[in-house]
Design a binder for this molecule. Structure first.
Ligand code: ZN
Length: 509
């Protein structure tokens, strides 16, 4: 039986247990479950290897129609005879199901390959090295250090900020694929945040932020390319905080600024958030999804001993950055969504949950709060080690109800005592370490070392592990840091540079 391919989405920001894990947005994930099957001469060693050398003419599709990876409206449009349909595959996606190697894909010279998605059937995909090579509605999902495939963007649709949004949104025409957003920055600020965005799946190409008076500039394509993570991951939005790292403090200016971006959308909108001083609290909206089995609901959460112990551990960790928990609100989701998403299997599930979040009020203070979604369990397709995911580095502050509005992580360890190898594992402490890590991403922190082992955070005072993967990770010099890519209750340290990055985020009030 022919089945449509599952929408498999891995775009990084994952926190995993001691297993293949997280990665940052710049190099995408080397996630193991998604494997491009190359032609393997060793494979055909069974008795009928000779027969395999001859194409099976019975199943050869007619040589007309689009090759794999192209848009389609019906099966007839595709040379493979199969069109993966909308809405999961925007614009349709021709593909060959049950492929075994690259040679099975309809390609005509295009760089197509056979994907083993971890569940469901193998299918052919269009390979890419960056999102700009993919059609609208798709992003380049990494599967190795250098290459990925064009996969549906898990985060859309996005239709703007809503009528009650308490910050002024300015929209600027983008003729000829480019726009210069202009905004004013008050004097003497601790930090400011600009959030450019477009609607309906178009992509942004962040270029630079420049102070007009003296030309002081942040290059988002080179020196500060880490500040293009939002656009790389999700396309349509790029929260940009200045000064994101301590070395940028001296470059903060007031007065008119220009933010230059490329896009195919007709206009780019933006809003600006200013912080006169560094804050010291973060407000949380905690969504509890499928944790009734632990006696944990939105109604009793504030009296639930285990959850409160978890939050106490998070506060202990964040106290290193001078941050305490402020107002903590608890929410449930509707029963249908709870049943559908309490076990999170993909980034798309996270996006669906994030779309259920709501601003806890309409005033500026209320919307500047972070959504933390605790679910019954994580069972990422083919990647059992994944424990949590943050929708952004940093996430979009003040944005609720979109597919990128928050972090989600497993609540399975709350209130448990188990073991981790030969060591006892305090489930509340472990959960707290995952929360601290994912919220760290949402506030703007990268992994100290990405799981590729070849890229690192932009901070000067965090250690790097240059042989991650080839040795015991506990020997890494950055083991112990909260943003080490593998989860452990011992990974709780926050450097001064990391504390800076967290403190400039407008969610820290
Ligand atoms: Zn992570």
């Amino acid at each position: 039986m022919r089945r449509p391919p599952f929408l498999v989405a891995f775009s990084g920001l994952l926190l995993a247990a001691l297993a293949p894990a997280c990665s940052g947005p710049t190099d995408q994930t080397p996630e193991e479950p998604i494997i491009v099957i190359e032609d393997d001469p060793v494979k055909d060693t069974d008795a009928d290897a000779g027969a395999d050398a001859t194409p099976d003419t019975d199943t050869t599709p007619p040589p007309s129609g689009e090759v794999d990876g192209e848009a389609c409206q019906s099966d007839r449009d595709c040379r493979s005879g199969f069109c993966a349909p909308e809405p999961d595959w925007p614009g349709g996606y021709c593909t060959t199901i049950d492929c075994n190697s690259r040679a099975d894909c309809q390609s005509d010279g295009q760089n197509n390959a056979c994907l083993l998605p971890g569940r469901g059937s193998n299918f052919c995909v269009r390979m890419c090295t960056s999102t700009s090579e993919c059609r609208e509605g798709y992003i380049c999902m990494g599967i190795s250090n250098s290459e990925g495939y064009c996969a549906p963007n898990p985060a859309p649709p996005f239709d703007g900020m809503g009528e009650d949004f308490p910050f002024e949104v300015t929209c600027t025409p983008a003729p000829e694929g480019r726009a210069d957003l202009r905004f004013n920055v008050s004097e003497g600020l601790h930090s400011f945040t600009v959030v450019p965005f477009v609607e309906s799946g178009y992509r942004l190409g962040p270029n630079s932020v420049t102070a007009n008076e003296d030309g002081t500039s942040f290059n988002l394509r080179q020196g500060n390319s880490f500040q293009a993570a939002g656009a790389q991951l999700f396309g349509f939005i790029n929260p940009t905080i200045i000064p994101a790292v301590p070395q940028d403090v001296s470059k903060v200016r007031s007065g008119e600024h220009t933010y230059r971006l490329a896009t195919n959308a007709g206009e780019i909108c933006h809003y600006v958030l200013e912080r006169p001083t560094r804050g010291n609290t973060i407000d949380l909206n905690i969504y509890l999804v499928g944790l009734g089995g632990k006696g944990l609901t939105a109604h009793n959460a504030h009296n639930h001993n285990d959850l409160q112990e978890v939050l106490g551990h998070v506060e202990d960790t964040y106290s290193q950055a001078g941050i305490t928990l402020g107002q903590v609100r608890y929410f449930a989701v509707d029963a249908e969504s709870e049943a559908a998403y309490q076990v999170v299997r993909s980034e798309t599930d996270v996006a669906r949950l994030a779309m259920l979040t709501e601003p806890p009020g309409t005033d500026a203070d209320s919307v500047l709060s972070a959504n933390l979604i605790l679910v019954k369990s994580f069972s990422f397709t083919g990647a059992e080690g994944v424990l949590g995911i943050s929708m952004g580095i940093p996430g979009a502050p003040a944005l609720h109800g979109s597919g990128i509005s928050g972090v989600a992580l497993t609540g399975a360890y709350i209130g448990t005592e188990s073991s981790w190898g030969s060591n006892p594992l305090d489930g509340n402490e472990f959960t707290a370490s995952i929360i601290a890590h994912e919220l760290g991403h949402f506030l703007g922190l990268f992994h100290t070392t990405e799981t590729t082992g070849s890229s690192f955070d932009p901070l000067a005072d965090t250690e790097r592990c240059t042989d991650l993967g080839s040795s015991n990770p506990t020997y890494c010099p950055d083991w112990g840091n909260m943003m080490f890519p593998l989860a452990d209750v011992r990974n709780t340290e926050i450097s001064a540079g990391q504390a800076h990055t967290m403190g400039v985020n407008p969610l820290i009030k």
